[in-house]
Design a protein around this ligand. Sequence first.
Ligand code: AMP
Length: 283
Amino acid sequence: MQILHTVPEIVAFRKAAQAAGKTIGLVPTMGALHEGHITLMRAARAACDVVIASVFVNPVQFGPHEDFDKYPRTFAADCEKLEAAGVDAVFHPEPADMYPEGYCTYVNVEGDIVHKLCGAQRPGHFRGVATVVTKLINLSGADEAYFGQKDAQQVVVVRRFVEDLNLPVHINMVPIVREPEGLARSSRNRYLSPAEKTAALVLFRSLKKARAAFDNGERDTSKLKQIVRDELATEKLAVIDYVELNAFPSLKPLPVVNQDALLAIAVKIGKTRLIDNIILEAR
Ligand code: AMP
């Protein structure tokens, strides 16, 4: 596996792959890799000739009071996992490689899809995501790029600007990988104490309760959201950021679930903010 640190290095790598007529798969990550990330690598490995992973904690998508400084950085361990997953190259730039002095261009997706859910809680977050993902798509020359349903709103936003900017890449969404007890795998899970980790099981439990009601015929959005809120309220360490149920993928409001819908939650367990979601499929 090649380790590419700079812009010229990744450009040379992808030009060689393109000259050899190879298809390129890109998996953007912020590192601290776990089984969720590795599932994206496997999906890329199965579909593309060349797989490029990026490991970059992107400063532009963090708010001033968020966890950029303390975000876990475990590059040596990440490389072992990427190599084992058959990744061909990892792009691991420094912030100054991506945003050198004088940098002043940003991709700003407008409209409701960036203002609700995580966008409401994290202003500027999707501007940072859209900017870095655009740069990574350009640098890697990716034909296919892989994102997790874990960040379903991110997939919606990425698909939007890829279409709007005519970027010649196909965006794939990979299902959420969970721990055996149901907690969605996340780099931020390592912030949780053992007691908090047990408390965090309430996220998926609450979503499963709503899914059971939905499967029994409940279609009223307010009632489905209330089921989630009631279950989250049983866990005293859980503080709700949001519980939202919107049409998927438009993210438009939906009083009654008569089309595919995203039930998404953000919950603080202690100081750690966790997100999870399920897609309710209207048949
Ligand atoms: P991150 O490193 O947190 O930015 O995540 C990089 C990519 O991995 C994103 O597309 C995430 O949605 C995806 N991802 C993170 N956790 C999971 C998970 N538990 N299951 C599937 N994909 C995930």
